[in-house]
Design a protein around this ligand. Sequence first.
Ligand SMILES: *Cc1c(COP(=O)(O)O)cnc(C)c1O
Length: 394
Amino acid sequence: MSPNHTTEQPHVPFALPDVGEDEAEAAAHAVRSGWVTSGPIMKEFEREFAEFLGGGVETVAVNSATAGLHLALEALGVGPGDEVIVPDWTFTATAEVVRYLDATPVIVDVDQTSLNINTESVAEAVTDNTKAIIPVHFAGLPVDLKALRASLGGRNVAIVEDAAHALPAVGSTGLVGNSRASDATVFSFYATKTITTGEGGMMSTDRADIAERARVMRLHGINRDAFDRYTSKKPSWAYDVVAPGFKYNLGDIAAAIGRVQLARACEMQVRRQSIAEYYLSELGDLPLQLPVQAGEGELHAWHLFVVRLPVGQQIRRKAFISKMAELGVSCSVHFIPLHCHTYWKQFVPDAAQRLPVSAAESERALSLPVFSKMTDSQVTQVVEAVRKVAEELV
Ligand SMILES: *Cc1c(COP(=O)(O)O)cnc(C)c1O
């Protein structure tokens, strides 16, 4: 029995990876090559990714964005006693990497309109112990890095961009991932993200020290270059361990899929943008708050399309999502903010005072399906369902 057996409507899933024969062919080719772990294809993927971003950045392929964020903070020397500022409105991965290093996450509020990190809250939260900040380009809407830097008041705070939603996106400082305004940027290739390798991620940075440390730490802390310094002729079995590293490398099968996906990244963004623009034009008259578009000359990756129920109607979110499901459309919620989770509560006991925007806005937010594989009829079905449910409930 199909999950939507009660309706004759076809089902619109919340998200589907946009992978097909080309990705399958590339993966099969990698398998047939006989080299299935990190090797020449991973190197080629890194090279193409760096070329895609431009600006002379270095890239480090990893097996998840979570791994990439962890490596970036580790390379920056984040440790016990350090504070790292993160937005409340994000996935737990953004903050958990701070705890991996025994540092303290300082959870701050988001902006009412963009839902990105609030620069005034950042200015209030920054202290002498602030070592880094992790802005999230939420939904694919680029964070204004110039404004963010200004909010740090001239302090020496590293910026690590969580760009899990932002490939490709263009903000006030250019293409996300090649900005001189940050220290490192991390993308996700998780199944539902804008490009996928099944599981995977990529760090980009213009800081050679960060790239070098991340490359060593993504593979057990093994440093072959260090060994080279002491030997004129390195035997193939030789290696030196310089730190207790991690197992975060991306294999060639995943990288092969990634190369095909990267070549299609812009065309897939165009499709998502046209879906988002259609939603904006067809839902504009409803009493729902629709997401903002990117600024002039900027680009929104449109990984998510988040609508907000009218203030006072947040109690209807559950009903709204169930009614959409009855009409064959799967919606979701991004995110249940950090302060609502059992573990993160201890870091913001005063959430109501410190995070008023995130606390209020997150309860009335829900995400509509937007993925490049959506057909026109699926897009129309979403619009019709939203109109019907909004008429009934809102
Ligand atoms: C998906 C996601 C991550 C983690 O990505 P993985 O590749 O699954 O580790 C991090 N931050 C945000 C905002 C995400 O949505």
